[in-house]
Design a protein around this ligand. Structure first.
Ligand code: PBG
Length: 352
């Protein structure tokens, strides 16, 4: 007789069949948990512009935006994060365009909410799409740093405009001190008590934002080679400081907290989950997406499996929802697979 161990505990029993593996699966991934970021340009005609470092993603002309939202809705995506891409001549040092009453993002929100009232529209509130230097705020008199409180004052005005246009959530993304409290107060004063705040609470000074900056044209200050945001975004070395930022945003009235980037900061997501009872979002940023695509293009990694595994890991770490450029493709595949079979299509990256 062949060798048999007397093992009372055999973990493999729980991995024997697809049904059992599904029964013991701890983390789920569903299109309703994903938020699709969309870049929008002020174009009344023409084709969407591909973004070289974000394969499959486009700068969508405004006239095509509703069509994209209709397609997303039909695949099961229920939330979008809109990012305006302004032409260079519209940018200046103080980001004046940000509080223009008819600026692109406001027209985009109105148009989308009129056509899809149920779609959850989230708008980034920061000055970087509007400044010619690409910083998220107004520079101080000597031009050496971003002026915190002058910037927050602008953010409040932007938030009110976005809320009035119909945004469901305002997402302050610039890491200025006190912005969540100030925006909450401004929204309430203006009567927008139901507009939520999804706070980019723990946003790191990351090199993973490179492709996004290419997409919105905030990559460099005119004449300066490198854009450093280290005086406002978090040092990637610091976890305790990230927890302090998350705590402050909660106290100031954020409805949802966010950690960004996601994949390289799973420890922060886990700690945020343990520290707070608020819903938690994570942003799988442009560089994370680009890395996966680059490796897949070289034939070194399987795009779909890495996509699903990377998203699952972010959920497992503790994120309730994920902003990801993969939202649409994940939802399309999810729809196809659930239609074809109800077997273990998304079981922990195991495939079968
Ligand atoms: C702007 C903003 C950035 C991202 C989201 N909002 C870039 C930055 O801080 O420079 C990055 C998103 C991504 O890389 O996908 N405040």
């Amino acid at each position: 007789m062949s060798f048999r161990q007397h093992l009372p505990i055999r973990p493999r029993r729980l991995r024997r069949t697809p049904v059992i593996r599904r029964l013991v699966e701890e983390t789920s991934l569903h299109p309703s948990q994903l938020i699709q970021p969309l870049f929008v340009t002020d174009r009344a005609e023409g084709e969407p512009e591909p973004i070289p470092s974000l394969p499959t993603q486009f700068r969508w002309p405004l006239y095509r935006l509703n069509q994209v939202c209709a397609e997303l809705w039909s695949t099961g995506i229920r939330a979008v994060a809109l990012f305006p891409v302004l032409d260079a001549p519209l940018k200046d040092a103080c980001g004046s365009g940000a509080t223009d009453k008819n600026t692109l993002i406001l027209r985009a929100i109105r148009q989308v909410k009129a056509a899809f009232p149920e779609l959850c529209v989230i708008t980034d509130v920061a000055l970087d799409p509007y400044t010619d230097h690409g910083h998220d705020g107004l520079l101080n008199a000597s031009g050496t740093d971003v002026d915190n409180d002058a910037t927050v004052e602008r953010l409040c005005a932007m938030a009110i405009l976005n809320a009035r246009a119909g945004a469901d959530f305002i997402a302050p993304s610039d890491m200025m001190d006190g912005r969540v409290g100030a925006i909450r107060h401004a929204l309430d004063e203006a009567g927008f008590t139901d507009t939520g705040i999804l706070a980019y609470s723990a946003k790191f000074n990351s090199a993973y934002y490179g492709p996004f900056r290419e997409a919105v044209g905030s990559a460099q200050a005119a004449g300066t080679p490198l854009l450093g945001k280290q005086t406002y975004q978090l040092n990637p070395a610091n976890a305790r400081e990230a927890l302090k930022e998350l705590e402050l945003d909660e106290q100031e009235g954020a409805d949802i907290l966010m950690v960004k980037p996601a994949g390289p900061y799973l420890d922060i997501i886990r700690m945020a989950r343990e520290q707070s009872q608020l819903p938690l979002a994570a942003y799988q940023v442009s560089g994370e997406f680009a890395q996966i695509h680059a490796a897949a293009r070289l034939g070194w990694l399987d795009l779909r499996r890495i996509r699903d595994e990377s998203l699952l890991a972010i959920r497992r770490a503790g994120a309730d929802m994920i902003l990801t450029y993969f939202a649409r493709e994940f939802a399309e595949d999810f729809q196809g697979k659930t239609a074809a079979t109800d077997s273990a299509a998304y079981s922990g990256g195991t495939g079968i």
